[in-house]
Design a binder for this molecule. Structure first.
Ligand code: THU
Length: 138
């Protein structure tokens, strides 16, 4: 994709920080906020939502992505994630991004305050991945 504008970058990070405040994470005490820019030009936010039956918990990134896809989008263009320590998306979230993004999609990792910011591409985070095209290949 074209490089992410600094405006969208700031909106994504601010949205992820906003959603982190809504985290329901009483079991891990590890709040996560995420935001995705979708092809409709809108930014969708999500937070992690844990459950007393632990495996039923949801990651922030997949909450944000499912919101975007539910609204009719089929492509996401950028993701921002905020945690207290700059933690990266889990493998399952990377795979869900893979379904709806190009491998050059930027993934911005940041912290609650402004100290830390790193940017990767989805391809950096998920090399030699399996995606929709693989189902069509011999
Ligand atoms: N978590 C996310 O929301 N995103 C990730 O990619 C990594 C992990 C959440 C799940 C759980 O609520 C908490 O962080 C600790 O694993």
């Amino acid at each position: 994709m074209e490089t992410l504008t600094s405006e969208y970058r700031e909106i994504l990070i601010a949205t992820a920080r906003h959603y982190l405040k809504n985290s329901y994470s009483p079991y891990s005490n590890y709040p996560v906020g995420a935001a995705v820019l979708a092809e409709d030009g809108l930014v969708y936010g999500g937070t992690n939502i844990e459950n007393s039956a632990y495996p039923s918990g949801l990651c922030a990134e997949r909450v944000a992505i499912t919101k975007a896809i539910s609204e009719g989008n089929r492509k996401i263009l950028a993701v921002a994630v905020v945690t207290r320590n700059g933690g990266a998306p889990c493998g399952a979230c990377r795979q869900v991004m893979r379904e709806f993004a190009n491998l050059d999609m930027p993934v911005i990792l940041t912290t609650i305050d402004d100290g830390f910011e790193e940017e990767f591409t989805l391809g950096d985070l998920l090399p030699r991945s399996f995606g929709p095209d693989d189902l069509d290949r011999k």
